[in-house]
Design a protein around this ligand. Structure first.
Ligand SMILES: [Zn+2]
Length: 562
């Protein structure tokens, strides 16, 4: 045995002993990027997870062999000094491997995952496959800004980064006019660039859980950006999906102009607008909007509250603030599952009660806590404006009295508590320039010869006429080719459409529990006026055939004949 080997052996024994006293995690070497990994000496050779039967730990902690045959541990920061790491060091030595020096490295979790998935290999590191040169931080910041800017300029409500770790390319999608679309210019983004971009973007997150972007965890936070000189808040919400992280960024404008939208321009029918205005004259009680995600209920709520006269003191409690409302005192409540944020909510509510306001916008009633706040405010004579998830206007009180929210049904039935209940959906609005009149509709122009399988155009239109008692003569259909007005966004999915319009149903409990017109009926009226495509009414609500069957079933139930 050479002196050198003896020394090394003694060193190893010493290190085994020292592990009993715990490894000092701060002495681990950090590798934050692919370049740093490529620059590491001795070079990284291969993963040894299988040799030690620790593949299941690989996304957190993995033994790796280096070029000089020594073995090191690559780990996430939280695991580098863990008991599992200590035990792994012992097993590496017991198996006769030489422990590398330094023995442990902290890897960015995205990088560790890329190694585990075989996306980064010793070959790709050595440049045999000419790896894409990872862009610099300013380049990543600029690329992220470009993605957001594109979304803002095209009126997107959300940007979706769908990272597929096992694939070289990943996707960036946008939600524009309620449709999930993938612009050609962002198709096939390199997965590693996207991950690096997200890591860099996360550095500017405020109020986020986690100091670094972690592809394996659900993370939330928000960041502020300026696009064309206008402020935007991006609400970050990520999900650790099976194939990789999926990050959704909700784009929220912080310009006062963003709220200039009046109630009139949202798409309520004239009689519905009059009904809303009339109900707004009376004081106290709650005005509640319902609808699914993306039904425009927050927009309507903000427009309604913005229309309140300036002599009313308006306070909002939102999670987060979605629109700036001139004159209102707005409060963002970030509520997580921890108890401290419950305390924050309770404290806000206490000071709210003492602030002598007349009107409160309560962003959403969604749990027992917000349900109690709702009762408390309405019970003390305040005007409350809020939203709730419910499938129809009539279901709003049912939802509020459910176990999730637990507002007592007798409280809701008290006269004056529920002033106005609105259920709404948003439908794509036809481009006025190129929509195809249904009477002249040629299969080639409207993307298909049949509206639904097995039912030809004429019987289908006849069914609409029978169900709604109006001729579909003025109805129009979307032109999938579009025209120069509606092709601006360069998104074929949106050709033939210009914006969206509300289809609503409204109940005034003081008068009747039956709306004058259901939301689907409102949508059909708009279609028969040529504003929306009849086929979009079907896909948003249900097929006209189903409507016919539902009516027949109702008739049977009420004792009539079908
Ligand atoms: Zn057009």
């Amino acid at each position: 045995m050479t002196v050198f080997a003896f020394w090394r052996r003694a060193g190893n024994e010493r290190s085994v002993e020292s592990h009993v006293n715990r490894f000092d995690a701060s002495s681990a070497v950090t590798i934050a990027s692919v370049e740093q990994l490529a620059a590491m000496r001795p070079r990284y050779l291969r993963m040894l997870g299988a040799a030690f039967s620790v593949e299941s730990l690989a996304d957190r902690l993995v033994p790796v062999q280096l070029e000089d045959k020594s073995v090191a541990i690559f780990a996430q920061a939280a695991y580098v000094g863990s008991d599992q790491a200590d035990e792994l060091v012992q097993r590496i030595q017991q198996a006769g491997y030489q422990l590398a020096s330094p023995e442990r490295y902290v890897l960015a979790s995205s990088l560790l995952l890329a190694l585990v998935r075989g996306q980064v290999t010793s070959d790709s590191l050595a440049g045999l496959f000419t790896p894409a040169i990872a862009p610099s931080r300013p380049a990543l910041v600029a690329a992220f800004h470009d993605l957001v800017e594109w979304g803002v300029r095209h009126g997107a409500s959300d940007i979706h980064f769908n990272v597929h770790l096992a694939e070289a390319k990943s996707e960036v999608n946008y939600t524009i006019s309620g449709r999930y679309v993938m612009p050609a210019c962002f198709r096939g983004m390199p997965t590693s660039t996207l991950l690096d971009m997200l890591s860099v973007a996360w550095m500017d997150i405020r109020g986020g859980n986690g100091s670094v972007f972690d592809p394996l965890r659900e993370q939330q936070g928000s960041l502020t950006m300026h696009v064309d000189g206008k402020p935007f808040v991006l609400r970050w919400s990520s999900m650790a999906a099976d194939v990789g992280p999926s990050v959704c960024l909700r784009l929220l404008s912080r310009s006062v102009q963003a709220c200039a939208t009046g109630l009139d321009s949202l798409g309520y029918m004239p009689d519905q607008l009059a009904q809303i205005r009339r109900a707004m004259v009376s004081e106290s009680g709650a005005v509640i909007f319902s609808g699914t995600v993306g039904s425009g209920k927050s927009t309507s709520l903000a427009a309604l509250v913005s229309s309140l006269p300036s002599h009313r003191k308006v306070i909002t409690l939102e999670d987060p603030v979605e629109y700036l409302i001139p004159g209102a005192i707005q409060n963002t409540l970030v509520r997580n599952l921890d108890t401290s944020s419950h305390d924050v909510f309770a404290a806000k509510l206490r000071s709210l009660r003492r602030s002598a306001m007349s009107d409160v916008l309560l962003g959403e009633i969604r749990d027992v806590e917000t349900g109690r706040a709702f009762m408390d405010l309405v019970g003390s004579g305040v005007n409350v404006y809020s939203t709730v998830h419910a499938p129809s206007a009539a279901m709003i009180p049912v939802r509020l009295s459910s176990g999730f929210i637990a507002v007592p049904a007798d409280f809701l039935a008290t006269p004056g508590v529920l002033r106005l209940l609105v259920f709404q959906a948003l439908l794509p609005q036809l481009c006025d320039q190129c929509a195809v009149p249904v009477v002249s509709a040629d299969a080639r122009h409207v993307g298909g010869s049949e509206p639904i399988k097995g039912l030809a155009w004429q019987p289908w239109l006849e069914l609409v006429r029978q169900l709604y008692g109006r001729s579909p003569g003025k109805a129009r259909l979307r032109n999938p080719e579009g025209c120069e007005v509606c092709r601006q966004a360069e998104l074929p999915e949106l050709y033939g459409y210009c914006g969206r319009t509300v289809a609503a149903e409204i109940i005034e409990p003081a008068l009747s529990w039956v709306p004058a017109r259901s939301a689907m009926e409102s949508a059909v009226m708009k279609a028969l006026d040529g504003q929306v495509d009849l086929r979009d009414v079907e896909s948003r609500f249900h097929a006209f055939e189903t409507e016919k069957m539902m009516r027949a079933a109702r008739k049977r139930l009420s004792g009539g004949t079908a």
